[in-house]
Design a protein around this ligand. Structure first.
Ligand SMILES: Cc1cc2nc3c(=O)[nH]c(=O)nc-3n(C[C@H](O)[C@H](O)[C@H](O)COP(=O)(O)OP(=O)(O)OC[C@H]3O[C@@H](n4cnc5c(N)ncnc54)[C@H](O)[C@@H]3O)c2cc1C
Length: 426
């Protein structure tokens, strides 16, 4: 079993990375080579900007290359709760923004001809308890009559054509959702940016950002420093150092873990997930799964409320293998080829945050819906930097610090215990 991301293990190399000393000037420096940073770099190049990207590790090496590869429409939050909390207009606006984000991914895949198996397979949310199906039915009615007329509802018996498991009580399909190979997609964004003149540096953490007398920024790395007119912080929830203490007090890194089986063959996958969709369960501490193009099953979840590390990932992988066997008993003895973890960039209300502080732009906090939103926001922040701040849909949301949170989230085990009890009771 490889303790590595399947996506990162099966992608082509990024050609044309910069290796020279860091010096001179740029229009925009992007800090972070995940999907936010690479999408922004490409969009800025298309606007004619001179762009430099600094990545502390490897391009898309963190959350962007370690996720479930689901590019979903819809909110992470329960839609009915969101309408109660924010009002119908706002909830519809949030929902439409996530749909637009999937469109943004599709558009860039098409325009840049990125070979990444992008397909609108739909997301099927499956009810883990009978009362969860009642709630899905209510959500279905509201979505169908307002923001997503294409949604479909499957009763427990209809679900048999959709999934080779007996444990679920029905499901809600959001057909606009897509799946893709996030690794190949990320490399495609990087290659398209390099082709348009962006300079991309790996293993180059940003250690300082200072405003200079002429209003420009001096961005410092161990390979030298550069003067930039604009800076975009696209650092996700990573715990890398650097001058980002303000962000670390607002983002909570939450571990999520994934296993990928050995290739199962087309017929076996047909028996498990005939429509090859994205699947998520309704539990708070639930699971997500999908097939890969080489007919493996990717199965993930918040197996434990822990940070990701090699040891932690193995422990979580064992728990996930048990969960996989509960959903698909026919896979009880299947071989697991990959097991890894990553940190999800959560905000308190699970909505993204993007804006500008002391002249430095930032976008992050996609809370598990980042594959599409990171790409969308990279483009929106490029437009913002280009003088169109109205393109940032999250600009109006306040972002207070989380009390008591200064770095590693000591409170996660308590949050985990809370959700376990909640899952038991509801
Ligand atoms: C296990 C897991 C499963 C997930 N599943 C899904 C899913 O199926 N669908 C979905 O929509 N979302 C999912 N997500 C969330 C999604 O992957 C993220 O929201 C998204 O990738 C965030 O992209 P980003 O570019 O903002 O951040 P990241 O991908 O974290 O990139 C930030 C980069 O900044 C770099 N960096 C940090 N500090 C510095 C510094 N000082 N100098 C230079 N570089 C720096 C980091 O090294 C990192 O590469 C999942 C996440 C995880 C971890």
């Amino acid at each position: 079993m490889k303790l590595d991301s399947y996506w990162l293990d099966t992608l082509p190399r990024v050609d044309g990375l910069s290796t020279e000393d860091v010096e001179g000037r740029a229009d925009v420096v992007v800090v972070g080579g995940g999907l936010t940073g690479l999408s922004a770099a490409l969009a800025l190049c298309r606007l004619g900007a001179n762009v430099v990207v600094f990545e502390a590790g490897r391009m898309i090496g963190e959350a962007s290359g370690r996720n479930g590869g689901q590019c979903n429409t819809g909110l992470l939050q329960d839609y009915l709760e969101a309408t109660k909390q924010y009002g119908e207009d706002a909830a519809q606006g949030f929902y439409r923004t996530f749909s637009a984000a999937v469109d943004s991914v599709e558009r860039v895949v098409r325009e840049e001809r990125i070979d990444c198996d992008f397909a609108r397979v739909g997301k099927l949310k499956v009810a883990a308890k009978p009362e969860h199906f009642d709630k899905l039915s209510q959500t279905f009615e509201v979505l169908r009559s307002s923001v997503d007329p294409g949604v479909k509802l499957f009763s427990r018996s209809e679900l048999r054509d959709e999934i080779g498991s007996d444990i679920f009580h029905g499901g809600l399909l959001q057909p606009g959702s897509a799946s893709l190979h996030v690794g190949r997609f990320g490399v495609g964004l990087a290659a398209a940016s390099i082709k348009r003149g962006a300079r991309l540096f790996e293993a180059t953490p940003v250690t300082g950002i200072a405003r200079e007398a002429d209003g420009r920024f001096r961005v410092t790395t161990h390979r030298g420093s550069i003067s930039a007119k604009h800076v975009l912080t696209a650092t996700g929830c990573t715990m890398q150092g650097g001058p980002f203490g303000w962000i670390r007090r607002r983002i909570v890194p939450v571990g999520s873990f994934i296993i990928v089986t050995e290739p199962l063959g087309k017929e076996a996958i047909k028996g498990l997930v005939p429509s090859r969709r994205n699947y998520v369960t309704t539990m708070n501490i639930g699971n997500y799964f999908r097939p890969t193009s080489d007919d493996r099953l990717l199965f993930g979840g918040r197996a434990r409320f822990a940070m990701s590390s090699k040891r932690s990932d193995v422990k979580s992988g064992e728990i996930l293998a048990g969960m996989l066997a509960q959903v698909f008993p026919q896979l009880r003895n299947v071989k697991v080829d990959y097991c890894w973890g990553g940190m999800v960039d959560m905000t308190r209300d699970r909505f993204p945050r993007a804006g500008e502080r002391h002249g430095i732009h930032y976008s992050m906090g996609y809370s598990g819906h980042g594959v599409q939103m990171a790409v969308h926001m990279g483009q929106a922040m490029a437009d913002t930097i280009n003088g169109r701040p109205e393109r940032n849909p999250w600009g109006g949301l306040p972002w207070p610090a989380i009390p008591g949170h200064f770095g590693p989230p000591w409170f996660l085990p308590f949050v985990g215990a809370y959700y376990r009890v909640k899952d038991h009771l509801t």
